[in-house]
Each structure stands twice: as C-alpha cells, then as structure tokens.
Design a protein around this ligand. Structure first.
Ligand code: CTP
Ligand code: ZN
Length: 152
C-alpha cells in the first residue's frame, strides 16, 4: 500500500476491504452488497485511485461485515481483479482473489419481463456464466455488457 493511498482513507479496525476493483465500479459493488447508506453501515470508498496494475482502481471498505459467496460471485463478474481482504484488529488476516463462478444464483434479476424468475412465482434467479456475459438458466436471455444493471 502506498503512502499516497494511506492518506486517502484510513485503515479500518475490522471488516472487509475490497481492493483492486475496476476503476469506476465502486457504486456497483455497493449495489451488490445492498448498501444504500440508510442502514448505518460504516463504509469508505475510494474511486479512480492510481494503480500500477489496473491504471485506476476503486476500493470499498465495509466495517464489521464479511461477504457471502453469492456476493463474491457477482463481484467477480464486474471486478475480476478484486482482492478481498478480511481485517481483524487492524490487520489483514486473509486475502483472496475473486474467481469467476460457473453460475450465479439469487443476486441478479433477469431483464426478460416474461421470465418465470421475474413474475410472482417463488423461483430464485439463476444465470450461467459465459466467457462474455451471463445467460438466464430459465429463459436463455443473454446479457453481455450491462451485468451490473441486473443487480436487484
Ligand atoms: N487495509 C485497511 N485497513 C486495515 C488493513 C488494510 O483498510 N486495517 C486496506 C489497505 O489500505 C489496502 C488493503 O486493505 O487497501 C490491503 O492491505 P495490504 O494487504 O496491507 O496492502 P497491499 O500489500 O498493498 O495489498 P495488495 O498486495 O493486495 O495490493
Ligand atoms: Zn430469464
């Protein structure tokens, strides 16, 4: 971590730091985590910070919270280079890369209004992950570029 970054936002005592997010995607990351600001979560966000590896990167620090596998799966689609740092007592106790899953369930909603997953039926959404995008497992609708728009 550079001194420069240290000046931008301070270390957190406990929680999760999502680092190396594709520059500009931080707001989508907040959507994936269901963070809207009204629930009292303590969250720090850095947008478009200079990064050797990525050009620019975003960072999201969520205090007192860990991410579910479903959240990590969707995160990997919009921020494939993200690292997940688990923080306890101000120390990084675990660091993982996200990995692209074969399917994502529950977090994205199908853009097809006639899809069984978007009606009143209690059917959880499920998408197969393709090389370039995702495909609804129920109706076959393929979404390539706007995956973040499918986040509930
Ligand atoms: N971090 C934090 N609070 C802490 C510890 C770390 O906010 N108590 C943040 C750092 O600012 C950094 C990320 O968590 O954005 C990872 O920390 P660290 O592993 O110390 O940094 P690097 O070695 O630069 O990570 P990497 O090698 O993954 O780039
Ligand atoms: Zn569908």
């Amino acid at each position: 971590m550079s001194d420069d970054e240290q000046l931008r936002v301070s270390k957190i005592p406990r929680g999760t730091v999502i680092d190396h997010i594709t520059g500009g995607e931080a707001m989508h990351v907040l959507s994936i985590l269901g963070i809207e600001g009204g629930d009292g979560d303590t969250v720090s966000i850095v947008m478009n910070a200079p990064s050797d590896r990525l050009g620019t990167k975003d960072i999201v620090k969520v205090e007192d919270r860990e991410l579910s596998q479903a959240e990590l799966d969707v995160l990997s689609l919009i921020a494939p280079a993200a690292t997940i740092n688990i923080i306890r007592d101000f120390e990084v106790v675990e660091k993982d890369r996200v990995s692209r899953p074969e399917e994502v369930a529950g977090v994205l909603s199908c853009p097809n209004r006639n899809c069984i997953t978007t009606g009143n039926e209690p059917v959880e959404s499920r998408f197969d992950v393709l090389a370039e995008g995702v495909r609804c497992a129920y109706c076959g609708t393929i979404v390539r570029d706007d995956i973040a728009d499918l986040i509930d």
